[in-house]
Write a protein that binds this ligand. Structure first.
Ligand code: F6P
Length: 323
């Protein structure tokens, strides 16, 4: 194994815990006798030959940091076949034999195509605050993001209660309502709107009006950005136009992506980083390391993006009982 070179990159939206994963790859890689490189700015760094040598000293004091020390990006050129070929050629010229890609659905799609077209040996690691990747119960960053959203909801609740207002809080999640559901349940929301369930705005209006008749003047409504009704501003406008209900909108946005990763995110980042290195050492390729039923699983890259993560209705049912 000695002298074998591997490379790690972070791709797509950054997620808290990505640094902890890079650290795990570097530390475990060295212990396995590998030379570890990082590609700066994700796939773009492969295309532009931006490789940096990563040693133990490069990853000291980063486990607690949000963002990505090797920088992430959404590379447009990598969407094209010749972009992926350039990337693969550059890896080959560097003598790099294995690539670890930390990212979400789009990043796994790119990894799969690159492998198929160029024979590059690739292992994926699920890194996204959305927790929307098929084949894994955990993704790096979700736990931190959901707790950040929850903290904000708690703060907004203070004002909502103090001023007797209706607040519509928009959280991230373009195609997936996981952050909205979990932070909404934890934050005691009066309603949660998610892409997976059709929004019934008239029912929401009815609930607010009925509550108001019984003296409930405060409402917290959590909306996933990808909700079919169209996000927090549209919900707020509909409440006003259809029923004269005034509401205040808060878009949490990128605060959910940054910040110190929680213990859970650091843990899964470390587990996944080590598992990814060992997968390469064992000569496997074309898989994403994931978490199912308390253990690491190896999921074919293709399955991770060609299947949609099934929606578990239990949380939604739980919410119904708690509002
Ligand atoms: O996939 C993570 C995520 O934060 C989504 O929740 C959000 O819709 C998207 O990324 C935003 O992407 P960008 O950083 O490119 O604006």
């Amino acid at each position: 194994m000695a002298d074998k070179k591997i490379c790690v990159l972070t791709s797509g939206g950054d997620a808290p815990g990505m640094n902890a994963c890079v650290r795990a790859v570097v530390k475990c890689g060295e212990k396995r006798g590998l030379e570890v490189y990082g590609a700066r700015r994700g796939y773009q760094g492969l295309i532009e030959n931006e490789f940096i040598r990563l040693e133990r000293s490069s990853v000291s004091n980063i486990i607690q940091k949000g963002g990505s020390i090797i920088v992430s990006s959404r590379s447009e050129y990598f969407f094209k076949e010749d972009g992926r070929k350039t990337a693969a050629d550059n890896l080959r010229n560097m003598g790099i034999e294995g690539l670890i890609v930390i990212g979400g659905n789009g990043s796994m799609t790119g990894a799969y195509k690159m492998m198929l077209e160029n024979g590059t040996k690739i292992v994926g690691v699920p890194g996204t605050i959305d927790r929307d990747i098929w084949g894994t119960e955990e993704t790096i960053g979700f736990n931190t993001a959901v707790n950040t959203a929850l903290e904000s909801i708690d703060r907004i609740r203070d004002t909502a209660e103090a001023m007797e207002r209706v607040f519509i809080i928009e959280v991230m999640g373009r195609h997936c309502g996981e952050i909205a559901l979990i932070s909404g349940i934890g934050g005691g929301a009066d309603a949660v709107m998610i892409p997976e369930v059709k929004t019934d705005i008239d029912e929401l209006i009815h609930d607010i009006q009925e509550g108001s008749k019984q003296g409930k003047k405060t409402n917290l409504i959590v909306v996933a950005e990808g909700d079919d009704f169209g996000g927090a501003h549209k919900v707020s406008m509909a409440l006003k136009e259809r029923a004269g209900i005034k509401s205040w909108v808060v878009i949490l946005g990128y605060v959910q992506r940054g910040g110190t990763p929680t213990a859970i995110d650091r843990y899964f980042a470390s587990v996944f980083g080590v598992a990814a290195v060992d997968t390469i050492v064992e000569g496997m390729s074309g898989v994403m390391v994931g978490w199912q039923k308390d253990e690491v699983k190896y999921i074919p890259l293709k399955d991770t993006f060609s299947n949609k993560k099934p929606f578990d209705p239990h949380d939604n049912e739980l919410l119904e009982l708690l509002t």
